[in-house]
Design a protein. Sequence first.
Lengths: 473, 473
Amino acid sequence: MIHPVILCGGSGTRLWPSSRKAYPKQFAKLLGKESLYQSTLRRLSGEGFGPPLVMTNETFRFMASQQAAAIGLMDAQVVVEPCLRDTGPAILTAALMLERDEGADALMLVAPSDHVIADVPAFLSAVRQGVDAAQTGALVTFGVTPDRPETGYGYLELTAKPNGSGAAIALASFREKPDAETAAAFLAAGTYLWNGGIFLFRTGDVIAAFEACAPQLLAPCRAALEKGAEDLNLFRLDLDAYGSAEAISFDYAVMEKADKVSAVPLTCKWSDLGSWDALWKEEGPDANGVSTNGAVTVIDCADSYLRSEEENMHLVGLGLKDMVVVAMRDAVLVAEKSRAQEVKDVVKTLRAAAAPQADDYPRFHRPWGWYETLCIDERFQVKRIMVHPGGVLSLQSHHHRSEHWVVVSGTAEVTVGEQTKLLTENESVYIPLGAVHRMANPGKLPMYLIEVQTGSYLGEDDIVRYEDVYGRG
Amino acid sequence: MIHPVILCGGSGTRLWPSSRKAYPKQFAKLLGKESLYQSTLRRLSGEGFGPPLVMTNETFRFMASQQAAAIGLMDAQVVVEPCLRDTGPAILTAALMLERDEGADALMLVAPSDHVIADVPAFLSAVRQGVDAAQTGALVTFGVTPDRPETGYGYLELTAKPNGSGAAIALASFREKPDAETAAAFLAAGTYLWNGGIFLFRTGDVIAAFEACAPQLLAPCRAALEKGAEDLNLFRLDLDAYGSAEAISFDYAVMEKADKVSAVPLTCKWSDLGSWDALWKEEGPDANGVSTNGAVTVIDCADSYLRSEEENMHLVGLGLKDMVVVAMRDAVLVAEKSRAQEVKDVVKTLRAAAAPQADDYPRFHRPWGWYETLCIDERFQVKRIMVHPGGVLSLQSHHHRSEHWVVVSGTAEVTVGEQTKLLTENESVYIPLGAVHRMANPGKLPMYLIEVQTGSYLGEDDIVRYEDVYGRG
């Protein structure tokens, strides 16, 4: 039995505008109908795998459990890291939890949630090789067999050339991202793999390695776990304790120093989708080097990626060469593809200009579901709201706006003042300015509602909360 | 007194997506807060000018009168050409109307509605020179002094070099769009002007020229006028008569053949905004050759035009060279700037693919105002609706949908079944499936309303009309 530990607290900006701080790439549906996080969960489920342990943060905790539930994984255990402390403390804490619950011999497989591995059988066959090595006490890392002299990844140097058996090979060293010449030499040597950031070991072995290589992390992580608390169906680590742990990566804290480290070669296609360039490649460019996603028309383009995220937004490229175009309802990126790495600087520029598109996503995710603004003007705003089955908004009132609610799908339980009633599709209710009100979805299907606000001030901060099941102030 | 005749029946596609069949470039706010049509009306109003005569078609009739009213021109006379017959019949019909009402000596100035002339005093000074010539019986055309060997325009060949006085010069010939070598020779010679499509003459003189050069047009145009009818505050030419006129341009029918033709040089800046390339130039590129419009962030770009038409849609260009990017809520164009002329082919491609974005505009203009879809799903749709003061929608019912209306600005007079009532901001009404209903704006300000439709079929063709003040079936 392997216990998957999924790391999904990151929020990269190099795939802006599709990936933003409020809704990062692991949760976005970048390829196909599932998010990368969901594909990762699915890849590590089924026979031989225990319920996943998901390490995430405050902001993503509901997204993590909702997206797991949406693919039928009801037993995912979500652990909230109350502050950012890099992968070292996260993996140690997960190991301590699993050791406590499953014993020191329990196998844990640590994986990022934002990588693409399409060939699941090949991946699982590598995992089986990893299990053999881990059961001898090794810390196993999975390395991707390079197919090009990539300068964007770190490398694993092996002590021997892989012999095709797929078996783990003892590691000689970790190597930083190389320059082009070094990368070419690595590729030619045949004894280097890309560092994929996937690990497999027994809980007892990795804890022992932490004790040997990074003993300072033990006390804070143990305390974060002991003083942590169940909160709804999440487990929240203790902020003070976890915050006192050093922020350090797992590679740096342990793997680069530990004794018995080996690597299993992954021979299947793999990508960390680190930039739009990678997504262009992943989508399968045609003979002209063009790949597309969504409502796109391509006229005489080459070596380009064109992506429209909105069904009703038609993107047209005419005569493009080496370009990336990503169109969303609130933001459009047009960039030279060879400069895809600089997209993270675009986000910094937008932040400096206080553009909300830098970090906000047009669909705002909340514990109870999501909302999006359809139209906003000086004295009115129209929102589309989705409430999950069982979702309950806070009991609230507003000083400056009235609201009209029209249910367009599902069933809503609506409280206005002293009265509570059920509304179904095509029914509406009016919330006068100042009235205490609440909306919930008591049904088994998602509930969709259109809200029309009118008033002199429409900011999200005009809210008085009387009660909130999610503990928000 | 000069009588302006504004031609605004065209619908070019080379500025797609901003210009579409349903909302072409003369009505779009391409530069600044006024449309090109409005700027044209304004340029030809004030002292010395009579009320404008606007020649347009069925589709644009309400836009033409509403945009005139919006800039305070309440006396514009809109003439509806019931079918497309090019500029020959349109100008002859306008001349016949003006001769009838103002006499054979009345001066008429014919101008396209989609050109940019920023220096109004310089333009008016040229018009005064034109008046002098026209009063001697000449057919005057205005030609733009070239500042480059442009191959995209037709040329006027003068019989003499302009002497700087600005006076009209007799015309030697009309020349088609030249090749690059010829254009360079034209520029060097100094006796060629770009054909600006602006004309000035007395009604009697131009009618006489039609009689001499294109006599076949007289009977159909006279009949179209005589059998035409007032319709609301428009004048509609008779379809059968107008339709029997030959479709022919004014240049070809008259100017190239007539005897006494002269040209007045226009020395001010002029553009026909024939492509995105022209708009890029008109917006005033910076030192890197970059010009922008709307919410745009430019990082390391050169020789490019970036335009976002939506306030809440942020467009980012990174490393662009020689590009045009135009972002709208339903369509995004990214094109090599040097291929801007091919944008018309983009529209053909989209039409062939039945993409609504080819011809429809996201804001649908109607006689009573406009509407736009904010959100559409399988079983519901949300629209934002604006009704002009005095606007009245048809009395109607639907077989497949119910509607919730929420007034968000202004006052609505709403009829549902036998009841009529007034709704003001923040009031709502429900229209059950099948109920006969109507909406009107009895007020002095525009009325804005949010409509939430729910039902199994939401097409615009689910409508039974009982009565319509605009004569729609």
